[in-house]
Design a protein around this ligand. Structure first.
Ligand code: ADE
Length: 230
C-alpha cells in the first residue's frame, strides 16, 4: 500500500513513520509513506500557499492553485483510490474506517492548516473527509499520522502475530480485556488464577467476559449501538 501526504509542515511527519511498527511496515515493503511539501507548488518565490479569505475574517485559507497543481502532479504518479482531507468537520474516524482504508492500494492525504483549504478543492478533488475527534488541532498532520498508523498496522504481515489486530479493542464491538505479564505476583498484586492454569478454552471465556464487563462499564454505547463503530 502507498500513502502520500501533502503538507506545509513535512517535518511534523518525519518521526511517526520512522520507528517501531510503521518502520517495519516500510522496510518490509508493505507500506510506503511519502510526504510532500505543498510549498514545492507555491504560487511565488516566497513560498506562498495561502491567502486571506473572501468575505473577511481572521485566518488564512490554503489556496486552490498550489493544491490543485500538487494533486495533479501526484496523480500522474499514482492512481488514488481515495483523496482524504483531514479536517475537524469530517466524518469521525473509527476502526471501521481504518479497516476499509486498509484495503485500498493508493491514498493521498491532504493536511489542512490555518482556516483550512479552499472549498473548491474539497468539492472537486477530495473523496473523503476525516476528523479524528471533536477538537481542533493546529493542522492536519498529527491527525494524518493517527490515520496512517491505524491503517498501517492492519496490513497483513505488518504485525508480528498476524492475528493480533483481530483482537484489538473495537474489532468485535468490544473493548479489549485486561492483559498481564510476568511476574505472576508483583508486590502481592496477583494475576488472575485462570490465566495461569493453561486451559485455552477457559482463558478465552474469561477474556470474553472481561471484555464485556469492561465495555459495559466504560463504553455501554458500543453494546447498544454497534453501528457507531461499524
Ligand atoms: N485538523 C485540525 N483538527 C483536526 C481534527 N480534529 N481531525 C482531523 N484533522 C484536523
Amino acid at each position: 500500500m502507498k500513502i502520500d501526504i501533502l503538507t506545509v509542515v513535512p517535518e511534523l511527519l518525519e518521526s511517526p513513520f520512522a520507528h517501531s511498527i510503521m518502520k517495519r511496515a516500510n522496510e518490509k515493503g508493505l507500506l510506503t509513506v511519502r510526504v510532500y511539501n505543498l510549498r514545492d507548488w507555491a504560487i511565488n518565490k516566497h513560498g506562498q500557499v495561502d491567502d486571506y479569505q473572501y468575505g473577511g475574517g481572521a485566518g488564512m485559507v490554503m489556496m486552490c492553485e498550489p493544491l490543485a497543481n500538487a494533486i495533479e502532479a501526484l496523480k500522474k504518479e499514482a492512481s488514488y483510490d481515495e483523496i482524504i482531507y483531514m479536517t475537524p468537520d469530517g466524518d469521525n474516524f473509527n476502526q471501521s474506517t481504518a479497516n476499509q482504508l486498509s484495503l485500498k492500494e493508493n491514498i493521498l492525504i491532504i493536511c489542512g492548516h490555518y482556516k483550512g483549504i479552499d472549498q473548491r478543492i474539497r468539492d472537486h478533488y477530495v473523496t473523503k473527509e476525516i476528523s479524528i475527534g471533536d477538537y481542533v488541532l493546529s493542522g492536519g498532520e498529527l491527525a494524518a499520522a493517527v490515520v496512517v498508523d491505524a491503517i498501517g498496522r492492519l496490513l497483513p504481515g505488518v504485525l508480528n502475530d498476524e492475528t493480533s489486530a483481530l483482537f484489538d479493542s473495537f474489532q468485535d464491538n468490544l473493548l479489549a480485556p485486561p492483559v498481564y505479564t510476568r511476574p505472576a505476583d508483583f508486590n502481592g498484586w496477583k494475576v488472575p488464577e485462570i490465566l495461569l492454569q493453561g486451559d485455552p478454552k477457559k482463558v478465552d471465556d474469561w477474556r470474553h467476559e472481561e471484555a464485556l464487563k469492561r465495555t459495559k462499564e466504560k463504553r455501554p454505547g458500543l453494546l447498544e449501538d454497534p453501528g457507531q463503530i461499524h
